[in-house]
Design a protein around this ligand. Structure first.
Ligand code: TRP
Length: 346
């Protein structure tokens, strides 16, 4: 992938905690890589990084399918390790195994109004997408509060996320300010979102966002034949009917992917010129993209296969990371219980 895609801030300090997470609702795709995973590879070098597998948040959608969430915890962990998230540099943990997050969520619920939750633009969108109406659960509406607990229980200050998560960080910081003001102590610090320069990879159908549920994703774990099929059916320029016709580069998904993943940008510029002029067919471009993606995905697939064949090792990494995280969580909660006058038996 193209270098230089990360917007870093100047807090760089091994004492600063960076935290991010993913819902284990399916394997991770190229959109995750571009928007978030690539950032984490850089951040693990300069921060104390935690990465959370957000199974509790996944259950706000999938509470009726716990086996699906369970299965995907392992898939997501394998994706992390395959792309190069290094358990020696990054602590990977499972959300549900940190009961302090649930405890903190309950306290935070008092600090947020229902009206405020209903105004969260990301949640609003998701409610429409999922068709929740009268059946909208309190758990789903309140997940940004739980996410505020995810971010603060470990006192994370740097949150590398996609643009759609900005409302969650805003909500978190409002809670942080309320908490510190009401309980009269600077227990928490505000968090800062780090958004990648290339925050969003379009779906293979040309729509703005790649999403598992949108059916337009290329997964990091897709085998070659599936990648070939997905690229060959990718959205290009619907008016570019004959090879000889001039074609449009803007909004052409294949070019958008080449812009991000092709190491030879000079050749990509030449291809764009040729395409605009006419005489360059979509198939030639798509074949190039397949080659570029295969170069990127082949080593990931190999590493992933090894990991899937040694699930005990993956589970051990998760267990160690979770244990370490819980110790940190308990430290924060002792402060919280103390300022909230809940430390009865200290
Ligand atoms: N909401 C995030 C997503 O859907 C996942 C997530 C849960 C998260 N908790 C988090 C991200 C804390 C950053 C920080 O992608």
């Amino acid at each position: 992938m193209k270098e230089n895609m990360v917007v870093d801030n100047n807090k760089k300090d091994k004492k600063t905690v960076a935290l991010t997470g993913d819902r284990p609702t399916g394997p991770l795709h190229l959109g995750h890589y571009v928007g978030s995973l690539a950032n984490r590879l850089v951040l693990q070098e300069s921060y104390t990084q935690y990465v959370m597998i957000a199974d509790v948040q996944a259950l706000t959608d999938y509470y009726e399918n716990p086996e699906k969430v369970r299965e995907n915890v392992l898939q997501v962990a394998c994706d992390y390790l395959a792309v190069g998230i290094d358990p020696l540099k990054t602590t990977i943990f499972i959300q549900s195994c940190i009961p302090q997050i649930a405890e903190l969520t309950v306290f935070y619920l008092n600090l947020v109004t229902v009206n405020r939750l209903k105004r969260n633009p990301t949640v609003k969108n998701e409610i429409v997408q999922r068709g929740y109406k009268e059946n909208l659960t309190a758990g789903f509406l309140c997940y940004p509060v739980s996410q505020a607990a995810d971010i603060t229980f470990i006192k994370a200050q740097v949150i590398p996320v996609g643009e759609d998560q900005l409302p969650m960080i805003e909500q978190t910081n409002e809670i942080v300010r309320s908490f510190n003001r009401i309980y009269g102590a600077e227990v928490f610090v505000e968090a800062e979102a780090l958004v990648a320069k290339i925050a969003r990879l379009p779906g293979t159908d040309g729509s703005a966002k790649m999403g598992k549920s949108l059916g337009n994703a290329i997964f990091l774990s897709d085998p070659t034949d599936v990648v070939v099929k997905k690229v060959m059916s990718m959205y290009t320029d619907p008016l570019h009917l004959k090879v000889a016709d001039p074609g449009k580069v803007e909004g052409n998904t294949v070019f958008m992917y080449l812009d991000i993943f092709d190491k030879n940008q000079e050749e990509v510029s030449q291809l764009k010129e040729h395409y605009r002029r006419g005489g360059l067919g979509d198939v030639v471009l798509k074949k190039r993209l397949i080659e570029v993606l295969e170069q990127f995905l082949t080593p990931l697939r190999e590493k992933r296969t090894l990991l899937m064949n040694d699930k005990e090792q993956v589970m051990r990494i998760l267990k160690d990371g979770t244990q370490k995280t819980e110790e940190e969580a308990e430290k924060t909660m002792q402060e919280v219980r103390s300022v909230m006058k809940l430390d009865y038996f200290k």
